[in-house]
Design a protein around this ligand. Structure first.
Ligand SMILES: C[S@@+](CC[C@H](N)C(=O)[O-])C[C@H]1O[C@@H](n2cnc3c(N)ncnc32)[C@H](O)[C@@H]1O
Ligand SMILES: C[S@@+](CC[C@H](N)C(=O)[O-])C[C@H]1O[C@@H](n2cnc3c(N)ncnc32)[C@H](O)[C@@H]1O
Ligand code: SF4
Length: 467
């Protein structure tokens, strides 16, 4: 079940081995639990709130970076008027289909949406505000590349309604930036962040990468110090993932570039946690740090498994298509290739490539895998004590110091957050086993996720909601 790709990537941010060897025994999937234990009783909740976050994908970049395999295209010329018209039309269609009354946040990601003109960003926001309520306080983020963000463009984005900027700094070392295939220098990135902070004070975030080929502990510590001197109140730290098909992966696999060993990667992550927490940042998610309350509302919607609508090539969404009379939450993906996507939007109002109804168990699995990425953990949604408060994998993980279950919910310890990926299979096994108990399916599953009991079938055809 694919969640938003960028966030799955961050889930493997730190794969430091869990000490203690094999760890708790792995279950073998759904099966009966001990007869004497009560089955988890999901609490029936009111109907889904008519709110959603909205993601908008701009699928173009000027040049592909050596490490990146996001859904992005380098083309000689973009027909921006056509792309704009399609983004507007698809936003209309999907908003009507979802029947949400209010949009809680908008995120323009990519690709490089700072290459779009402010006019395009304004047109999409006007369409959203025309089809649903878009409160003036809603977070509206635009991802920006330091190579395409001069002050006049930034001013235009702000006038269009953007109120948060996420800048791909990646590194503040020129040699590292060259290795990453970036078009900007460290000084240019610094100037870009300073300009952005002037226009979006308190709401400028930077992306940094670590675990680069040849990167030493000292080089990373220096990079962090430089970033701390420059940053505003939000930092995202991504451990380099070697993506198949990228230039960097070919170089590493060909033996021309070395990757830092696992223990050094774990050490880099720990260093970042220590340095940023000492500087007043809250490590609120595996890859994200914020101070002065500057958490990313949009990304929190993903981790809390709220509804979100994805517009644009390759965008993902999770929402209930109430406009069709449905009350099942679906995982949706739009057609990735921009020309094919535009053709579909022009002919049928949307370019939805796939839609899959999520079963109640699949929804709970998402709640767990996404919620545990945050420092607040999973705080509601299901009877946590009934699922995890009984002898089993979760109990062993608690005894080993990776997990906490108490009156405020289930969450990772700091040590557990760093090895989350290695904890999840055990937890999912326990969830699946407990879910299989008689009586576990009564009632609703969680706030905002009605269910008709279907199990993950692909409902393939996407006709019936043309816009
Ligand atoms: C889709 S990019 C958008 C940012 C913008 N296009 C730019 O690069 O300036 C979002 C972020 O994902 C991260 N990212 C992309 N590929 C990655 C990889 N292979 N490993 C780790 N992080 C990656 C980078 O930090 C990047 O800023
Ligand atoms: C890697 S994250 C970086 C977020 C940034 N650090 C911040 O705090 O705002 C953003 C990227 O994830 C991907 N992404 C996010 N939401 C998405 C969605 N709903 N559908 C498809 N891709 C999405 C896009 O490639 C986007 O550029
Ligand atoms: S990292 Fe950003 S600029 Fe580089 S190819 Fe990926 S989306 Fe484009």
């Amino acid at each position: 079940m694919a969640a938003v790709r960028g966030y799955r990537r961050a889930a493997v941010a730190v794969a430091a081995a869990r000490p203690g060897g094999g760890g708790p025994g792995r279950g073998t999937g759904p099966g009966p639990g001990p007869a004497a234990e009560p089955a988890p009783q999901p609490v029936p909740e009111p109907a889904a709130p008519a709110t959603a976050a909205l993601y908008v994908h701009w699928p173009y970049c000027r040049k592909r970076c050596s490490y990146c395999n996001f859904n992005t295209y380098v083309v000689p010329a973009v027909d921006e008027a056509a792309v704009r018209a399609c983004l507007v039309r698809e936003a209309h269609t999907l908003l009507r289909l979802s029947q949400v009354h209010s949009i809680t946040s908008v995120f323009f990601g990519g690709g490089t949406p700072s290459l779009a003109s402010p006019r395009t960003i304004a047109a999409v926001l006007e369409a959203v505000a025309g089809a649903a309520h878009l409160p003036s306080s809603a977070e509206v983020t635009l991802e920006a590349n330091p190579s395409s963000m001069d002050t006049s463009r930034l001013t235009g984005f702000r006038a269009a309604g953007v109120n948060r900027l996420s800048i791909g700094v990646q590194s503040l070392d020129d040699a590292e930036l060259r290795l990453l295939g970036r078009e900007h220098t460290a000084v240019e990135a610094q100037k870009a962040v300073e300009a952005a902070r002037g226009l979006f004070p308190g709401r400028t975030s930077i992306d940094l990468m670590f675990g680069l080929p040849g990167q030493s502990r000292d080089a990373w510590a220096q990079g962090l110090e430089a970033a701390l001197g420059l940053c505003d109140d939000h930092i995202s730290l991504y451990q380099l993932t070697l993506e198949r098909g990228t230039a960097l992966a070919a170089q590493v696999r060909g033996g021309t570039l070395p990757l830092p060993p696992q223990d050094l990667l774990a050490d880099m992550y720990q260093t970042a946690h220590t340095v940023l927490v000492a500087a007043g940042f809250r490590h609120y998610e595996v890859s994200n740090f914020a101070r002065k309350g500057a958490l990313s509302n949009h990304n929190l919607s993903y981790w809390r498994a709220d509804q979100y609508i994805g517009v644009g090539p390759g965008a993902h969404g999770r929402f209930v298509p109430r406009g069709e009379g449905s009350c099942s939450r679906e995982a949706r993906v739009q057609t990735p290739e921009p020309v094919a996507w535009m053709r579909e939007v022009q002919s049928q109002g949307h370019g939805t490539r796939s839609r899959v109804v999520l079963s109640p168990l699949e929804q709970l699995e998402e709640v767990l895998t996404l919620g545990l990425r945050t420092d607040e953990g999973v705080t509601h949604e299901l009877s946590l004590q009934a699922v995890f408060g009984v002898p089993g994998e979760a109990q062993v993980l608690q005894d080993q110091g990776w997990l906490l279950l108490d009156g405020s919910g289930l969450r990772c310890t700091w040590a557990g957050l760093a090895v989350l990926d290695s904890l999840l299979p055990d937890l999912l096994c326990q969830l699946q086993r407990r879910w299989a108990l008689p009586g576990a399916h009564r009632g609703g599953t969680r706030r905002g996720m009605d269910t008709d009991g279907h199990s993950g079938q692909n409902v393939g055809s996407v006709s019936g909601h043309n816009g």
